[in-house]
Design a protein. Structure first.
Length: 256
């Protein structure tokens, strides 16, 4: 559910809610200020520091996880371009008819893959393109089977079978990688942790009987920006940080 929402809307909503949480914490801290002893405040500050450290650790782990997924998706694009390029070249070692058929299938596959990336996930066209990609991979393997029955010696010499197999495997791997996101419960945990931190920050201001609005804004903005990057890393087809498709684009240009 959260994955389908715009990143800016999630982060903007979080920024507003954290400011409200600051105010709630401030009023609670101000109300109990007169009953807090110096020792009580010392213990309270130590506990708050522990919570802040735990939230920072959760954000760091989430950032690392999504950055790792982004790097994996980026690497898969390069691997896929290399695999398709290899298959395209080895097809040149076959007879004229299978060479033309396989190369045309690979061209259409790259076109569909690039368009699929540029099409929003919620668009119906995206599902159509995914089905087209799967169909082209089936067609590629069928073409390899046909040429293997007609001329097995040429297939062995060209090594077209492992090349086609790698293209098909990487297609499945990349499709899985694009669907692999941080689970919604983890995102809810992150948002809840940031909310608790905002309440505690406001509570400290309440104990001091002073609204530290600048500090609240700075802290909440840092939390919001970190979560924005975490969400953006996890959405490869939209947002500011997108997976670079240059290897596939350059490969397609070299096929003409």
């Amino acid at each position: 559910m959260l994955y389908d929402m715009p990143t800016w809307a999630i982060v903007s909503g979080l920024l507003i809610v954290t400011l409200v949480a600051n105010e709630v914490g401030f009023r609670f801290g101000l109300r109990n200020r007169s009953r807090d002893s110096e020792l009580s405040r010392t213990v309270s500050n130590a506990l708050k520091g522990s919570v802040f450290a735990l939230v920072a650790l959760l954000l760091a782990f989430s950032y690392s996880a999504t950055a790792g997924r982004y790097d994996m998706r980026q690497h898969l694009v390069l691997e896929q371009a290399n695999a398709v390029g290899t298959c395209y070249l080895r097809a040149g070692l076959l007879g004229e008819e299978p060479r033309i058929a396989i190369r045309e299938t690979l061209r259409r596959y790259i076109d569909a893959r690039i368009e699929h990336f540029r099409t929003p996930s919620h668009d119906a066209r995206s599902e159509q393109l995914q089905r087209e990609i799967d169909r082209l991979m089936t067609e590629l393997w069928t073409q390899v089977e046909v040429v293997n029955r007609a001329d097995p010696a040429a297939v062995r010499n060209s090594l077209i079978v492992p090349a086609a197999n790698e293209v098909i495997d990487l297609t499945s791997t990349r499709s899985w990688a694009n669907r692999n996101h941080l689970p919604d419960p983890v995102l809810v945990l992150l948002f809840g942790s940031v909310m608790i931190s905002s309440v505690l920050l406001g509570h400290s201001s309440g104990q001091a009987a002073s609204r530290h609005v600048g500090l609240w804004l700075a802290s909440n903005l840092v939390f919001a920006l970190i979560l924005y990057v975490v969400l953006d890393f996890d959405r490869p087809k939209r947002g500011i940080i997108q997976v670079d498709q240059t290897p596939l684009i350059e490969l397609r240009a070299s096929m003409d």
